[in-house]
Design a protein around this ligand. Structure first.
Ligand SMILES: Nc1nc2c(ncn2[C@@H]2O[C@H](COP(=O)(O)OP(=O)(O)OP(=O)(O)O)[C@@H](O)[C@H]2O)c(=O)[nH]1
Ligand SMILES: [Zn+2]
Length: 349
């Protein structure tokens, strides 16, 4: 028997044992749910504000209090930002999440096994942060923009560390900003260091559920720290009250913005990327290229060298930015690589 078959069979057995174990745990949980049912309050609306492995923190939409909850085994995976129906615990112990609302959007990332897992729900603003340092890449900005477009989340570009833009750098940043401004993307300049542009940034966030994304070192944490006053950060301490401990690892956490709205933060969201998309979706994520899809002379046009290509034609006519199309090519190449790696892995294991 080949190594590959043996591995498959072993894997199958392990999976079977795991499934049996899971079913037992779920039966036990259901029993416990019934046992505590008479100690629970009435069903009410809530919001998931943190996630800790098998438990979640739920905030009451009635009085803003937060409580640790477990959730019914039949519920789909809950994530921070989910709106739920739940029953608070009357005395000590955990509350129970009994139902979830439909999501308006969901952000996903792959787990350790490469399977896509949701990390945040109902986000409606993506703040894409870039800065003079580390040196920005329009390709990376495009990746985030495509991800936002495909998830139905409004992107806002934030050029942080504006204090570092001198006369020498200024023309370069004006040029970069113009590309996105012309496409209709909102773009703000800010500085977490000298508080420049922060009121415009606050205005862009107010009333929305937001995430900050961007390269490491562009100043996301610095901006979040300025935007959330001490009172808000103190909500972290609440998790201690509910017995979760300050050092419990969370996948994500939701903070309230002082003027209304929420901010969801997590390392997983910061690394948010284009995990699962194919070439057609990539094109759809480029708002100026999407309407040109299907207008090339050849149906299987690669948009590289064919005559009558709507995309290269639009660049030649000066209707769309050559840099954006160039980025599209580069990102498309990486999609091929990802697909190939996936294929190689599945072939070898
Ligand atoms: N000059 C200047 N420096 C800033 C500004 N904002 C942040 N920094 C500095 O940039 C560095 C990185 O900031 P962080 O807030 O840690 O960046 P981040 O994007 O959260 O990085 P990761 O946590 O790695 O994703 C720190 O040394 C900050 O002090 C700014 O507006 N101006
Ligand atoms: Zn074409």
């Amino acid at each position: 028997m080949s190594k590959r078959q043996l591995n498959r069979r072993q894997r199958w057995r392990i999976e079977k044992v795991q499934n049996e174990r899971l079913a037992r745990a779920q039966r036990k949980q259901a029993q416990q749910d019934d046992d505590v049912a008479d100690q629970l309050g009435d069903e009410q609306a809530g919001l998931i504000t943190a996630h800790y492995g098998s438990k979640v923190e739920v905030e009451s939409l009635l009085d803003g209090s937060r409580q640790r909850c477990h959730f019914r085994a039949n519920l789909a995976q809950l994530v921070v930002g989910d709106r739920v129906l739940w029953q608070p615990a009357q005395s000590s112990g955990d509350g129970v999440v009994v139902a979830t609302d439909e999501r308006t959007s969901v952000l996903c990332r792959p787990d350790n096994y490469g399977k896509l897992k949701p990390v945040a729900a109902n986000v409606d603003r993506m703040l894409i942060v870039f800065a003079p340092a580390p040196v920005p890449s329009s390709q990376l900005l495009d990746r985030y923009l495509v991800a936002a477009e495909l998830s139905g989340i409004t992107p806002v570009l934030v050029l942080n560390k504006a204090d570092l833009i001198d006369d020498v750098l200024r023309p370069h940043f004006d040029e970069l900003s113009a590309i996105y401004h012309d496409l209709g993307y909102p773009l703000l300049e800010a500085s977490a260091a000298d508080a420049h542009g922060l009121s415009a940034l606050r205005d862009a966030l107010v009333g929305h559920t937001c995430v900050f994304v961007g390269q490491s070192g562009v100043g996301k944490s610095s901006l979040v720290n300025v935007l959330l006053p001490d009172a808000e950060l103190a909500t972290n301490v609440l998790s201690d009250v509910s017995g979760l401990g300050q050092h419990t690892t969370t996948t994500a956490r939701l903070f309230h913005l002082p003027d209304g709205g929420n901010l969801i933060d997590s390392p997983g969201i910061r690394e948010f990327g284009l995990w699962h998309i194919d070439e057609d979706e990539l094109l759809r994520g480029y708002r100026e290229l999407a309407p040109l899809a299907g207008h090339c002379r050849f149906r299987n046009c690669s948009h590289l060298h064919e005559p009558g290509c709507a995309l290269t034609g639009a660049v030649e006519a000066g209707d769309i930015s050559a840099e954006r199309l160039e980025n599209y090519y580069r990102i498309r190449e990486t999609l091929d690589e990802t697909a190939r790696q996936r294929y190689d892995r599945s072939d070898n294991d």
